[in-house]
Design a protein around this ligand. Sequence first.
Ligand code: MLT
Ligand code: MN
Ligand code: ZN
Length: 307
Amino acid sequence: MKIKILGSGAGGGLPQWNCNCANCRRARDGSGDVLPRTQSSIAVSDDGVDWILVNASPDLLAQLRAQPDLQPARAMRDSGIAAVVLSDAQIDHVTGLLMLRERTTPLPLYACAPVLEDLSTGLPLVPLLGHYCGVDAHPIALGEPFAIPACDGVRFTAFPVDSKAPPYSPHRASSVPGDNIALLIEDVASGMRAFYAPGLEKINGDVRAAMHRADLVLVDGTFWRATEMIDLGFSTKRAADMGHLAQCGDHGRPGMIDWLDGLPRGTRKVLTHINNTNPILDPHSAEHALLREHGIDVARDGMQFEV
Ligand code: MLT
Ligand code: MN
Ligand code: ZN
């Protein structure tokens, strides 16, 4: 199966519209090899013609323009996008749904019940799209493999992860199972697997086991340090307060690098959903070099994996 990274940035992308941090400055003025990033999304396909979006970012139209594969032009109105799976109800993962409103058939949307609930109340995109193409909602059952008809060579299994529901959600402060999921994405024919979790605050037993079953691990790379936003004076929140596990450990607790170090040799390890403040976005930084020493890649828009 093919996995494309449509967007490797976190909320706000890179450069973020109102940010002048070192990375945003360099991405904006083209200096320093810091590549711009759009917001977090991947596309999965078993045949390279019909694709499943995992998350629909606000930058979806630009992402589709950059990926002609997703426009097979089999008819006067056509798209390679067969369905959308959501990992959560975060703004950077769902607002692109509105860009698909010109579909000629209801949009097949796969998400856990708490996400569908948030998208029918706090951010009512689902009823709103009912005035356009309509939504064919498919609640995801945690732990139960499911396939999507247009792409039946791929099987998804959703695992609940500890992260945060979006700030507008009534359960922001007390997340419920399904608010955030990781996905084990399996090629049915080959048995090869990818693990995808753009939002991951803690790694519990099930998540760790799923990571260990994957050939490609594509995970939350939002922050280098737990206090990144505090250190820059941008926020009073630590990474965990926003639902993210930083790459570096914190107060004796392992960071994402430590967890990735524990994966079987030969596992492809890639960080995505990278916040514009993260120093790993500078390919000449010591942080980027340290990731390389640990065999960890930094995602870029347009990266494609054959799994
Ligand atoms: C997050 O991942 O923390 C959120 O997506 C941030 C945002 O987009 O508001
Ligand atoms: Mn996000
Ligand atoms: Zn910035």
